[in-house]
Design a protein around this ligand. Structure first.
Ligand code: PLP
Length: 422
């Protein structure tokens, strides 16, 4: 056995998280299992999810409307079952977070409250090449205020050769637009490049200019340790179907900083955001609940929320993001090292090399252009190695510490070598 194969076996054998892989359903391939590197798109199904969904179906069958009120999973308060573990996952206080809706819906709700442009401060600043849904949300909100996106949407262009952004470029952009900035909307991790950002620094820079700051954590939650409260973000939104493994279309997350939790900010209101003890008086006036829960619209989609309980419970048992991140850095570091040592003529790593500037994902540009890149991507898929493709020429590979093994990473590299040898 080669040195590297022996090393990889040792790493897997010594991995304190190795047991978690068996808690997931890995799609089959050939006689075995896929090598699944697409947890950044849809996380694998935890075996525990099914029991939580069935529990809801059984409760509905047995109790119907009484299910709202009975037992320790009463649907009235179902969103509260995930509140504390969710707060720990993102580094927040329990009443700063809520699971509700989906990501883009939550982004709109937060923009309605936190993007309050006036003639002096009409600008939203975001990264160029943002996920289209985020851009659509921002642009449409600018238009809702009767403003022109051509003037009010500022997109910060990448200044580094890989298409990534230096801290200086972000600071310069915030400073340049400072007096006109209403809001900075920034990703925790950029979905295409895999670049991670220093959120506390961005929040401080935006606040120093008198702007509000919100984060889209779609690719950061469940991937990086987060400290939203201390970072001082005004709001944050994220989804739970990527690294949080809660299934397609899973109920999303939302954070509103404590300092806004009692402030009765303008919002798009619904009855579930009404203060709980008087909600069922059914009075016409809206009295918001304290904290992020005050932005809820509807009673919780309990069936869709059930898998999130199973997922968060796994993150807790794994020891939280600190333990996962320790493995994640090693796992992604191994992939990067093997690419540099063995595939430098074939794959260029777009994602920053410094671990603090990335999560688990590496974005890889295939030498030879789009056609060759697609050919490699299809070859890998046929052999059971699943990454994903982002136009025009990037394969994204996300080794996930909860269920990927060091051996998966080595086998992926060996498969690319076989393809290269033709
Ligand atoms: C995945 C992702 C989305 C998807 O939005 P949904 O509302 O969940 O469909 C939006 N924005 C970013 C940055 C994403 O990574």
């Amino acid at each position: 056995m080669s040195d590297i194969a022996a090393l990889v076996r040792e790493l897997d054998a010594a991995d304190p998280l190795r047991g978690f892989r068996d808690e997931f359903l890995v799609p089959p391939h050939g006689g075995g299992e896929q090598r699944y590197f697409v947890g950044n798109s849809l996380g694998l199904q935890p075996r525990g999810a099914r029991a939580h969904v069935l529990e809801v179906l059984d409760k509905w069958a047995a109790e119907a409307v009484e299910g709202h009120f009975s037992g320790d999973t009463a649907w009235m308060e179902y969103h509260r079952l995930v509140r504390e573990p969710l707060a720990r996952l993102v580094g927040a206080r329990p009443d700063e977070v809520v699971a509700m809706n989906t990501l883009t819906v939550n982004l709109h709700l937060m923009l309605a409250s936190f993007y309050r442009p006036d003639a002096r401060r009409p600008v939203v600043l975001m990264e160029a090449g943002a996920f289209p849904s985020d851009r659509h949300a921002v642009e449409s909100q600018i238009r809702l205020h009767g403003l022109d996106p051509a003037e009010c949407l500022v997109e910060v262009e990448a200044d580094e050769s890989n298409g990534t952004l230096s801290d200086q470029a972000i600071a310069d952009a915030i400073a340049a637009h400072g007096p006109r900035l209403a809001l900075v909307l920034w990703p925790g991790i950029q979905y295409r490049t895999g670049q991670a950002f220093d959120l506390a620094r961005i929040a401080a820079l935006a606040h120093a200019q008198g702007a509000r700051v919100g984060f889209d954590l779609a690719h950061a939650v469940g991937n990086l340790p987060l400290a939203l409260h201390d970072a001082g973000a005004d709001f944050a939104v994220w989804c739970h179907y990527k690294y949080v493994n809660s299934g397609p279309g899973a109920v999303a997350g939302c954070f509103v900083h404590e300092r806004h939790g009692n402030a009765n900010l303008p919002r798009m209101a619904g009855w579930w955001g009404h203060e709980a003890s008087t909600r069922f008086r059914m009075a016409p006036e809206f009295v918001p609940a304290v904290g992020a829960e005050g932005w809820q619209l509807s009673n919780p989609p309990v069936l869709a929320m059930a898998p999130l309980r199973a997922s968060l419970e796994q993150f807790e048992r794994a020891g939280g993001m600190a333990a996962l991140r320790a493995k994640s850095e090693r796992l992604t570091g191994l992939l990067e090292r093997l690419i540099h040592e063995r595939l430098a003529d074939t794959l260029q790593v777009v994602t920053p090399a410094e671990p603090q500037r990335r999560g688990c994902q590496l974005s890889l540009r295939v030498a030879g252009g789009r056609g060759r890149g697609r050919a490699l991507f299809e070859h890998l898929r046929e052999r059971g190695f699943l990454g994903d493709w982002r136009e025009p020429d990037v394969i994204r590979i996300a080794p996930v510490p909860l269920y990927n093994r060091y051996a998966d990473v080595l086998e992926l590299v060996e498969e690319v070598e076989r393809w290269r040898a033709g």
